[in-house]
Design a protein around this ligand. Structure first.
Ligand code: 3PG
Length: 306
């Protein structure tokens, strides 16, 4: 079983790790020498699959008929596809596992289709923890291509954590909405925690670690985000030495744009996006510090120190 992974950042390494661990021979490509050598070292740790570095994208296509892209959304995806295209064979499958905009994925699928290449868009959730735990995968594109890559998807996903959601673009559309929901949920949790910390019971200094622990058991709002919040509060509840600036990579704004385009209300997600913009301009507050820390917990996104 062979597969190529292009883009060996945090998420690409996690994808390669799971495949190698399951006995796949993985060809890796990245522009960074450090990422390539990390990938090779990871391969040495697993007897089952071989990790082989490719020096060029042409090398990648020599021995691989399934190519998994884990590169930043936008131009890097287009550039990678353009460089691969002359070397691909009819029936080859490109999977974009990144956070691409769904309209880009529809365009790329039709470009690939004109060359007899399958393009599958795969929303990948689970953050850096997916490496050990498995991901949740939402797949769009040609159904035959989906069937062909299913064994690899099974290796990457948690049990039951993958499925076909619709035609080209649908996988990334569903992931975009997933991220919009993620924005809204984090916003709601952070607002509540800030009230507990700074509202009517401010002086009593209620214990957020204990409250999030209790909520994890039987409460309506229990969730993985709450579990991560509990981990944060166990370590620190004052959050004095970090900035409240929260970055965003775009999927929240895309969800709001999509809602506006379809004249559908999405006020919760819109406020969450606006709050992050406000935080970036002002340095934010206790509430946005929690959002920044949650993002760090699931995605290893940097938190600015003060
Ligand atoms: C993801 O989960 O895909 C992103 O890390 C979340 O989006 P953000 O980086 O814009 O918060």
């Amino acid at each position: 079983m062979k597969i190529a992974v292009i883009g060996l950042g945090r998420m690409g390494q996690a994808v390669a790790y799971r495949l190698l661990n399951a006995g796949y021979d993985v060809t890796g490509f990245d522009l960074s020498e450090q990422s390539l050598s990390d990938f090779e070292k990871m391969g040495e740790a697993f007897a089952k699959g071989k990790a082989q570095r490719a020096c060029t994208l042409e090398d990648v296509t020599r021995t691989n008929r399934i190519i998994w892209l884990m590169v930043p959304a936008g131009k890097p995806v287009d550039d990678t596809i353009a460089s691969l295209m002359p070397h691909l064979k009819k029936g080859d499958i490109i999977v974009d596992g990144g956070n691409s905009h769904f309209t880009d994925s529809i365009r790329r699928a039709s470009l690939c289709d004109a060359h007899g290449i399958f393009f599958v868009d795969c929303g990948t959730s689970g953050g850096v923890h997916g490496r050990e735990n498995g991901f949740s995968l939402m797949v769009g594109g040609d159904k035959k291509a989906y069937e062909k890559i299913k064994p690899a998807l099974r290796v990457l996903a948690v049990p039951e954590g993958m499925g076909y959601v619709g035609p080209s673009g649908a996988g990334h559309y569903v992931k975009m909405i997933h991220n919009g929901i993620e924005y809204g949920m984090m916003q709601a949790y952070a607002e509540g925690f800030a009230l507990i910390k700074e509202g009517s019971f401010k002086k009593e200094n209620l214990d957020l670690a204990e409250i999030t622990r209790i909520w994890q058991h039987g409460a309506v709002i229990r969730s993985w985000l709450l579990e991560l919040a509990h981990d944060i509060f166990k370590q620190d509840q004052e959050l004095k030495d970090i900035s409240g600036e929260v970055a965003q990579l775009g999927t929240g704004q895309w969800t709001v744009d999509e809602a506006q385009k379809n004249k559908l209300p999405a006020p919760v997600i819109a406020v969450a996006v606006q709050t992050r913009k406000w935080s970036a301009q002002t340095g934010g507050n206790y509430m946005t510090k929690i959002i920044a820390l949650l993002r760090n917990k699931f995605g290893a996104h940097a938190v600015k120190k003060l």
